[in-house]
Design a binder for this molecule. Sequence first.
Ligand SMILES: C[S@@+](CC[C@H](N)C(=O)[O-])C[C@H]1O[C@@H](n2cnc3c(N)ncnc32)[C@H](O)[C@@H]1O
Length: 251
Amino acid sequence: MIDIESGHPAIDRYLAQSYERVRGMSSRFAAAICGHLIRHQSALGIGGALVEIGTFEGRFFIAMALGLAPGETAIGIDRFDWPDAGIEGRFLANCAAHGVSSDRYLCWKADSREITPGVMREKLGAQAVRFVHIDSHHSRECLTNDLELAGAVLHRDGIICLDDMLHPGYPMVVAAVFDYFARHPEMRLLCVIDREDIVAAPKFLICRNTSISLYEKDLLGSFARFHFTMNADMETYFALVLTPHPRLAEV
Ligand SMILES: C[S@@+](CC[C@H](N)C(=O)[O-])C[C@H]1O[C@@H](n2cnc3c(N)ncnc32)[C@H](O)[C@@H]1O
C-alpha cells in the first residue's frame, strides 16, 4: 500500500481502514491528495460545498465528505441505474457505514446532462462549490457538459478534479479538457495525479490562474516524495505531476 496520508484524521482513518473495501474506481493515492487539498482549503478559510458527479457506490465521495467543515454540505450526483437498480441503496448504505450522516449530504439521482446551472444553484443554496470531482460518463460530450456545469458554480478559489484523464481506454476525453481551457483561459491545469493502475487511472486538478499560488507550493511541499520533477509541459507553463513511484528514464 502506498504510504500517503491527507493529514485529515477522519479521511485518513477511512483511507487506511475502508477505502479499498468500498467498490469503486478512484485510487487511494488520488483520494489522499484530494483529501489534503480539501483540508488545506478549510485551513485557508475557503468554504463551500463538495460535489461529485458520478458517485457509483461512494468510494471517493465518502473521502471527500469526511472533509466537510461545519455548516458545509456535499452533493453526490449519479444516474444510479448502473450496473443494477440497487446501486443507490448501496451508495446510501456505504455513506452511513463510513461516517457520512444523511444530514451532511444530498443524494441527487439525475443525469448530469439534464442539470442546468440554475437548478444546481437551487440545490446549493448560498454555497459555492469549493471542490468538485467529475467522474461520470467518459465521453467528450458529457465531460464538456459537466465542466461547464462545475465551472458555473465554482468558488473563486475552487478546484475541479477530473477522473480518468489519459486513460488508455478513453483517449478522446482529454480533448474536452483542452477545448474547455481554450474557452476559459482563466482556468489552468494545477496538477496531474498519476495512475496507480489501469483501474485507478490519472486525475487532473484544475483551477483558476489566480488560485494556483494557493495550492501549488503546498502540494509540492506536502508531497515532495511523489513529485515527478520534469512536471507536465503545457506549452505556456508547467503543471505539477505527482506520481506514486517517481523516477526518470536512465540516459
Ligand atoms: C466510474 S463510475 C464512478 C466511480 C466513483 N467516482 C469512484 O471513484 O469510485 C461512473 C459513474 O458515473 C455515473 N454516470 C455516468 N454518466 C452519468 C451522467 N450523465 N450523470 C450522472 N451520473 C452518470 C454512472 O452511473 C457511474 O456510477
